[in-house]
Design a protein. Sequence first.
Length: 294
Amino acid sequence: MATGIDFEVEGTTTFGSLPDESFRYLLSLKSEKINLWLENRTSKKQWQSGFLSKEEYVTTANAFVDASAADYISCFKQCLDCSVDETQESQRKLVSLKGDTFQLEMNIKIRLLRSFRNVSYVFKLEPVAVELIDILASKLKDQQEELEKLRSRVDETERVVLYAESTTWTDAMLRWEPLNSGNFVLSADSTSITIVIPGLYAISVLVSHVPVENSTAGAISLQKNGIVIQRAAAGSVVHYCRYNNSQQYASHRTSTSLMSMVQVKADESIEVLCSGTSYIADTASYLTVIRIGS
């Protein structure tokens, strides 16, 4: 806040006469005088009214009884914040004058019981000399505002998370325990999980298993609607036995993990298929599904 300023309110606004432009505004109060400041957010040009006493913007036609300068600032802020739709209670217009000067016109509809009254305020805005440091500060503020918008969007994104566990298999498919989430639906045979809410998902699976001791090439596959989207090899180890001149196969308990970013439509399903390997009776497998975007 500038030195000597009693208080300030700020925001962004647009005008119907300049549909492609966006402006930042600042309303300042100092010793019962107000200043209206505008900045074009693209060009970084600035204008202001200079500090005005109440007599310089209030007339008998637009005065509010016993209203202070702070009350008028509150009223002007509401007008600058409202939609440019003509059906709104307040309207505003920015008119270009000579010498890069603007005239800011605000029309406010006041309702009292069943009647209403239109009041108008007019301010002449003169150009302000802008230094490089002011432009840099304005660009930094733009970036901060965009960051806040992104944070808000992330906060608004519905959090969809699933942790599922499997201890048995059915026809080489992992069979999942009952789910505790309304955003996912388990199939009748418990081998397929339907995702209710569409979006971008991070899906990871950890499968505990023992590869079959033969020449079969085993694999752990993550599927969407029966189509493999990621696969990992899971075969047994082969070694040569010099005593009987033969190949022998050996395997041991192990685990295989998969992780994929998947765009999922509503009611698409995911499955985990295991071939050439078998489950471990006393060790569970796990699935994690997290929605990270739309």
